[in-house]
Ligand binder design. Structure first.
Ligand SMILES: [Zn+2]
Length: 310
């Protein structure tokens, strides 16, 4: 093949790729886990991710860059259940994009845990998760439910890609279910364990693993830990020490560190007890797809199992 012909062919192929609606399809994902599912189901899509693992997804600034990303999107996928209530509506209003007026909310695809209807109308309503705990991606079974619903939504948007998306959905389901069986088996020693944690970030994971969160470092959901509240928790945790104190890696770890330091100190002649402070990543990296989701879950279990065998 002559060089000119090869260049010509390459140009033609590139043109075809650019002309493909799937390649031009742009997705705005509020959190990295939904970006990862999107890349798994539609690898050729352009994906913008609004937040990263080091950020608190409850509190994000509606920056101009995010507005521009939402403006260019064909589909927005977010957690919902009011997790993004403090910033997504502002982005939607400023982006004025008819295609993302309706958002694909993961929380609408699954049954949520711990609704707190009494909180509706209170000044804390946005933070206390009145509709239920929105951090559902830490339950592998619910993550799979969202993947299935997202596949359907993408197929509606791109009918020409229907078969390819279905193929990738099936492959993901097969691999994810195989991993879920491994995780369940490996995590068996965690069943019945107790943890203290900051916020309900891993509430779904605890439920899936059979772990009980016996204390929340937040005095009320969404409110930063206070010295008085931590002092009160300390008494109870000293009496029956938890397996670990857990914070998400985006959270300030000082309250958790204070608690574990206090627990390890002897008091009134009683020896202290060593309770590890675990800082768990609340999600995957910004460029993640299915393998990173699996590694993230592996990492969560590894860290918890290590704390269990101490
Ligand atoms: Zn939350």
């Amino acid at each position: 093949m002559t060089g000119r012909l090869a260049r010509c062919l390459a140009g033609l192929l590139l043109g075809m790729a650019l002309a493909s609606p799937a390649a031009a399809f742009t997705v705005f994902a509020c959190e990295p886990e939904w970006a990862a599912l999107t890349r798994t189901l539609l690898p050729q899509a352009r994906v913008h991710v609004a937040t990263h693992a080091g950020q608190d997804p409850h509190h994000i600034e509606a920056r101009p860059a995010l507005i521009a990303q939402l403006r260019s999107a064909d589909l927005a996928i977010c957690t919902g259940a009011a997790l993004e209530a403090g910033w997504l509506p502002v982005l939607q209003q400023r982006a004025a994009n008819a295609k993302t007026r309706e958002v694909f909310f993961a929380a609408d695809q699954v049954e949520l845990i711990d609704p707190q209807p009494g909180a509706i109308g209170s000044p804390w309503a946005g933070d206390v998760h009145a509709e239920g705990n929105p951090h559902l991606h830490t339950d592998p079974a619910k993550l799979l439910e969202v993947a299935n619903a997202l596949a359907e939504r993408l197929q509606q948007a791109l009918p020409a890609e229907k078969a390819a998306i279905e193929q990738r959905r099936q492959a993901f389901e097969r691999d994810w279910k195989a991993r879920m069986a491994q995780w369940a088996q490996r995590a068996a020693p965690l069943k019945g364990q107790r943890v203290a944690a900051q916020h309900s970030t891993f509430g779904y994971l605890w439920r899936w693993l059979g772990i009980t969160q016996v204390a929340d470092l937040e005095p009320r959901p969404g409110m930063a830990p206070t010295p008085g509240h931590l002092q009160r928790l300390l008494e109870g945790l000293r009496a029956t020490p938890p397996m670990a104190v857990v914070v998400a890696s985006y959270q300030d770890n000082r309250p958790g560190r204070w608690l574990t330091t206090q627990l390890s100190a002897s008091t009134s002649g009683r020896p202290g007890v060593a309770v590890p402070l675990l800082e768990l990543p609340a999600t995957v990296g910004e460029n993640a797809a299915a393998p990173e989701l699996m590694r993230w879950m592996d990492e969560l279990l590894d860290t918890l199992l290590k704390a269990r065998t101490r």
